[in-house]
Structures are given as C-alpha cells and as structure tokens.
Write a protein that binds this ligand. Structure first.
Ligand code: GRF
Length: 190
C-alpha cells in the first residue's frame, strides 16, 4: 500500500509510521509527506527520513478546492492509495473526500464520539472525565465521525496534569496508528 501522510505540525505520528515502515512492522510505503505549512517540523522529519515532501501553501490559491485539486493530481501521479491524516489542521472539502472515498484515515486524540474537534485532550481534561482515549477512523464529510478502525482507552490518573495526560495519549497514538493501518492492510489482503 502506498501512503501519503498529511501533517501541519510536529509530526510525531508521521515519525511513528515512518519508523514502523523502516522496521518492517508495517508493510507499506510512505511515498509522500504532504504539508500545508513550511514551518512544520514534520517536513524536516521527512527530509531526514528521505521521504519526498509535497509542500504547497494553500495561501497561493484563491480557494481551498484549487489547492486540493493540485494535491489530488500529485497523489494520483504517485499512485497513492491511502491518505493518512496525522495532525493535518485543515478540513478537507467534499471534493477531496470524494476523490479518495473510503481511502482517507485520521487519528483523533479522544475515544470518539466523545470530544470531537481541535482541542480534544484539553476538553477531556477540563471536563474531568476518568478516561479518554485515541481513535483511528475513516474520514467522511462530517468532522471526526467516520467509521472507527481502532480505538484505545486512556485512563486519566489522579494527579495528572494536561501535559502528563497529553504525553500518555501521544504514546498510545504512536502505537495505535501503525496498528490501525496494519488492520486495513490485512482486510485488503483477504
Ligand atoms: C495528534 O494528537 C493527533 O491525534 C491529532 O493531532 C496531533 C498531531 O500530533 N490529530 P503530531 O503532529 O503527530 O505530533
């Protein structure tokens, strides 16, 4: 399977996926890192890992759809068959989701459907819940709502700070994302 990973920021999930591929824990190839943000540390990680980068600022375009049309062309030229969103901070339009229907996945730092949205860890922490989690799901037109591929609960410990909870959630993410993609791979092989 040929993956394109989309990142806007730090890229620790991208790194976890790249490491899993390198260690042969994930029988896939990351053919492209797509980013909308030149300051994204994920871009540096990709360069270091020798993974080609597609870095195009949406600001160069009149509309989001125009940026997406170009990205779809790039993905097709590279034979990408799974789009992996990993901290990609833009909402994709129905055009893009239609172009890769059923082939876009995302990781979200909560046990969905609880705590959708951009501040899921903080929202869960502030709500005082006893457990939250991580979800890998298919992407549909409705935000954080597609079918779940894998989920894992994470307990909120007494004495946890937002930072300590974030750290544990990210550690779970780094294992769950490769596992979820392995699950998709094994389904496809059947
Ligand atoms: C992760 O918490 C992921 O669940 C969310 O954005 C964050 C990205 O972190 N969608 P990183 O860039 O992979 O370090």
């Amino acid at each position: 399977m040929r993956l394109a990973v989309f990142c806007s920021g730090y890229g620790s999930n991208f790194q976890a996926l790249a490491d899993a591929v390198r260690r042969r824990k994930l029988r896939a190839e990351i053919v492209l890192l797509v980013s909308d943000n030149p300051a994204s540390f994920a871009v540096r990680r990709a360069v270091r890992a020798g993974i080609p980068v597609c870095l195009i600022s949406p600001k160069l375009f009149e509309s989001r759809a125009e940026w997406e049309r170009l990205i779809v062309r790039v993905l097709r030229s590279q034979g990408v068959d799974l789009v992996v969103l990993a901290g990609f901070m833009r909402i994709l339009t129905p055009y893009f989701i239609g172009a890769y229907r059923g082939k876009i996945v995302n990781i979200h730092p909560s046990y969905l459907p609880a705590f959708k949205g951009a501040h899921a860890i903080r929202d869960a922490f502030e709500a005082g819940v006893r457990e939250t989690g991580v979800t890998v799901h298919h992407v549909t037109n409705e935000l954080d709502s597609g079918a779940v591929i894998l989920q894992k609960k994470v307990k909120v410990r007494r004495g946890d700070t937002l930072a300590s909870l974030e750290k544990r959630i990210h550690a779970v993410e780094h294992r769950l994302y490769p596992a979820a993609i392995r699950k998709l791979l094994s389904k496809r092989a059947r």
